[in-house]
Design a protein around this ligand. Structure first.
Ligand SMILES: [Zn+2]
Length: 306
């Protein structure tokens, strides 16, 4: 299966500050790992800047205008203690959302079945009206709305980042046409994502305790995949965060690159059975450079295999 890669060097120019975990080297580590993997044969596309109209499918206009107005011409501006804009950040955030949107349009047009978006800043903590947790725009939620506007009506979003995708949940918890499945560590930032949070029955949250074994993580993930399979989506979107890796400094999980490959194969299996194989995956977290690169390559390799 061919996999399209959407990325852009401008996303290296989002510079939230020395010592910030969400640093430009993360994206470079992913690109280098994909380039260095001899098994990967990716069709690379330059990620365009997202259109205002696409952002407005999820974000209130006043929020979008506020982000554009806040973007600094010099120095930095903090939207919250974790979420900082430098001069290159607005362009990067627009390309991060634009990558997922373009990938979805390519898949909806039948020109591809699989895509991976190597992007930053990430998106899954950004709520419709609030930038937070390193995230400016809700990349995957905007992509889901574009998919629906392009004819793929039933969209499932699988979020295996170690943190709960509170922004994605907030975007869809009142909309039964989108299914959101998240596995994350609890307790951990942002504190949401209890299994009791089920939306209209279209939200599935699975939690793992700190220091959970990979076997426990896999069992919980399989439970989520059963729910996604039952939803029978037309498209699967993935919030691909690799910060449940054992080396990651922001969590206390025990996964290795091979576990992310396993999870990806499980997603591919559901996509092939229900969604004509359609998967668009977008990078979220992952803060150990070596673990991030290897895990992303294992993920994309599994997308290509199936
Ligand atoms: Zn994360």
């Amino acid at each position: 299966m061919d996999v399209s890669l959407y990325t852009h060097a401008d996303m290296l120019d989002h510079r939230p500050g020395d010592g910030h975990a969400e640093r430009p080297e993360r994206l470079q580590a992913v690109i280098d790992a994909l380039d260095d993997d001899p098994a990967l044969d990716l069709e690379t596309h330059e990620a365009p800047m997202v259109d205002m109209a696409d952002l407005a499918l999820v974000h209130p206009q006043a929020f979008i205008d506020g982000i554009f107005a806040a973007a600094p011409r010099s120095g930095r501006v903090a939207l919250d203690p974790d979420t900082v804009l430098s001069t290159g950040s607005l362009g990067a955030a627009r390309r991060a959302a634009g990558a997922a949107v373009s990938a979805v349009r390519q898949v909806a047009a039948g020109q591809a079945s699989r895509a991976f978006c190597a992007v930053r800043p990430p998106g899954h903590h950004a709520e419709p009206g609030t930038a937070m947790g390193f995230c400016v725009f809700s990349n995957i939620a905007v992509a889901a709305r574009v998919a629906q506007a392009s004819g793929l009506r039933r969209v499932a979003i699988i979020d295996f980042d170690v943190h709960h995708g509170n922004g994605t949940q907030a975007a869809f918890e009142h909309d039964p046409t989108v299914f959101f499945a998240s596995i994350h560590q609890s307790p951990l930032y942002p504190g949401t994502g209890d299994p009791s949070e089920t939306g209209l029955g279209n939200i599935a949250n699975a939690t793992v305790a700190p220091n959970a074994s990979p076997q426990v993580w896999r069992a919980r993930f399989e439970g989520l995949m059963d729910r996604v399979d039952a939803f029978s989506p037309d498209l699967i979107l993935v919030s691909a965060g690799f910060d449940a890796h054992v080396r990651d400094p922001l969590s206390a999980q025990n996964l290795e690159a091979e576990d992310f490959a396993w999870a990806t194969r499980a997603i591919v299996s559901v996509a092939n059975a229900r969604a004509k194989g359609r998967i668009v995956s977008s990078l979220e977290g992952g803060y150990d450079l070596q673990a991030l690169g290897r895990s992303a390559a294992a993920h994309v390799s599994a997308l290509q295999e199936g």
